[in-house]
Design a protein around this ligand. Structure first.
Ligand SMILES: Cc1ncc(COP(=O)(O)O)c(C=O)c1O
Length: 340
């Protein structure tokens, strides 16, 4: 099977498994797992932040950030299809008791004026707006990369209004490679940054939340409260550290494979796709002849796994385990399925 469901489906490479097997470990909840400490220090350094804390998932790093920046009854601003709002099981309401104010973005991106449009005057009738969240790359938007200037514009409006800013950078590594800038150039705009090691980087488990020392100390308390304190987590962190050192630059390959897939699909009948919108490793494919769930099933029968995004769109994601040859095979499978 050619598995294009997500970049989370990858399995650790032999070298990554060796690094994990040989990792020095301690009890991370007691603060003495050397491999976790090394991963946190390296992540904070790459992002230009004072500190970072390792957690089991990107959902947890996002939800801990929201909890740490707010109090129940506060409001946060997010894009309407942001992962933290759309795909995290109602976490902001359940775990932080906050309201979500949504901005309808264009492929996940929005403008400073749109932020201005949802700001509230200070008045006891309103919830207190505390946090602005941005997602880069934007998953449901199709792996969209935020231009740095647009980030600066949007964050400037938030700061003027006294808001904190959080970056869901599950795929910040992809954004940095695509934009040709260091991750820290993006991270510099935000009070907190979440990054994932288990997506494009190919590690089996884990994410980190970075920010200043005081914020990360507060986040550690909520990590514990949410059940994210792990013990000999260095075994997992070693995979993440290996991925960080060895798998960032190669993301350009995933992007080239995604673009090649999109270019090939654009020539097929029953498909609606603009390859120029494919900026990173996510390919959103509009289906005009059959419903998305049907197309997914037919592709599976032809040896290609993808996911439906909605009734008329499927999603294919290139990843560490996808070769250029597999893209050719996937295109042949698409051609066969769409012809039939
Ligand atoms: C943009 C974004 N943020 C957060 C997450 C959550 O990560 P996890 O699956 O590790 O909880 C994902 C997962 O795909 C994501 O795409």
């Amino acid at each position: 099977m050619i598995d294009l469901r997500s970049d989370t489906v990858t399995r650790p490479t032999p070298a990554m498994r060796r690094a994990m097997a040989e990792a020095d470990v301690g009890d991370d909840v007691l603060g003495d797992d050397p491999t976790v400490l090394a991963l946190e220090a390296r992540t904070a350094d790459l992002l230009g932040k004072e500190a970072a804390v390792y957690m089991p998932s990107g959902t947890m790093t996002n939800q801990v950030a929201i909890r740490a920046w707010t109090e129940p009854g506060d409001e946060i601003i997010l894009e309407a299809s942001a992962h933290s709002y759309f795909y995290e099981s109602g976490g902001p309401a359940a775990l932080s008791g906050v309201m979500c104010r949504l901005i309808e973005g264009r492929r996940g991106l929005f403008t400073g004026d749109q932020v201005r449009g949802v700001l509230r005057p200070k008045n006891e009738h309103f919830p207190r707006t505390k946090l602005l969240c941005i997602e880069n790359t934007h998953n449901r938007g199709g792996g969209t990369v935020w231009p740095l200037q647009q980030v600066a514009d949007v964050v400037a409006v938030a700061r003027e209004a006294g808001l904190r800013t959080h970056l869901d950078g599950a795929r910040l590594w992809n954004a940095a490679v695509a934009a040709g800038v260091p991750e820290g150039d993006y991270a510099a705009h935000f009070d907190s940054v979440s990054v994932c090691f288990s997506k494009g980087l190919g590690a089996p488990v884990g994410s980190a939340l970075a920010g200043d020392g005081e914020f990360i100390a507060r986040a550690r308390r909520f990590r514990k409260m949410f059940g994210g304190g792990m013990r000999q987590a260095g075994i997992l962190a070693a995979g993440a550290l290996y991925a960080l050192e060895h798998h960032r630059d190669r993301l350009a390959e995933d992007h080239a494979n995604a673009r090649h897939l999109a270019d090939g699909l654009a020539d097929l009948p029953g498909v609606d796709i603009d390859p120029t919108t494919v900026e990173t490793n996510i390919v959103m494919v509009g289906t005009t002849a059959v419903a998305a769930p049907d197309l997914v099933q037919r592709l599976e029968a032809a040896g290609v796994l993808v996911l439906p995004r909605d009734a008329k769109t499927i999603r294919a994601v290139t990843n560490l385990d996808t070769s250029a040859g597999q893209i050719e095979e996937a295109l042949a499978a698409f051609a066969k399925v769409l012809a039939g």
